[in-house]
Design a protein around this ligand. Sequence first.
Ligand code: SAM
Length: 264
Amino acid sequence: MTETTPRPRKSWGQNFLIDYNIQRKILDTAEIRPGERVVEIGPGRGILTKGLLERGAEVLAIEIDPLLVATIRQEIPSPSHLHLLQEDALQYPYHQIPSPYKVVANLPYYLSTPLLFRLLEERQRISRMVLMLQKEVAERLVAPVGEKNYSVLSVMAQLYADIRIAFHVSRGCFRPRPDVDSSVISLTPLPHPRVPIRDGALFGRIVRGAFGHRRKRLANALSDAGFPRDQVDAALRKIGLDPARRGETLSIAEFALLADTLFD
Ligand code: SAM
């Protein structure tokens, strides 16, 4: 790093990777091919950016911190395959990026869940995401029904993608050292949802409603979330789901059945 490297800003989740073995493993997991388009969110001081460029990727890097953008411009002097933008990745119009592309990122912890939901909206244009996240979020992403980490994020992500935890990363691999451990996940969007659903937005509302009050029975939780009680009762009766079950016990297929029945 140069002497002008700015101090890390905690509010932007700036924990920089310093371990080149982890950098290599992330790039290997992403299986970068020369000429491939890659979007990197939060390039920071550029450890992944440099590796992506070395492997021949065409990189679009979106960094919110103007000081880090200036640092990367200094460190990567002839960026013919790098398009570096100073923008908020949550607001970025991803639909403007020619598809397909991969997303490779060490996400800022404070924003990883909203960014995941945002990227899932763009899934049809993305061939793979390789993301470093806090371990707890990675575990939620892959949690099956019945596990304690099963959540809205598990259902929505698994509906639309195959996800695996590639490897875990200890906090000692970053400066400054974060308060949590991390994991790298590989997420491959499916061409079609894992189970057929008629209305994705309604499906999402039902899942959020069902998990909204974890301790409540499904019928109560959904009516609290604004679904008319008589319609919820009728739908549950029709598909033979016990209204006393709690939302967190429903599989993705059961959520889909419930959503389609309420859609009717
Ligand atoms: N990729 C670098 C690495 O691996 O060392 C930095 C990772 S650091 C965990 C997260 C990066 O995301 C920081 O550079 C931070 O400034 C940037 N960031 C935070 N919020 C952002 C946002 N809303 N949009 C774009 N970048 C953001």
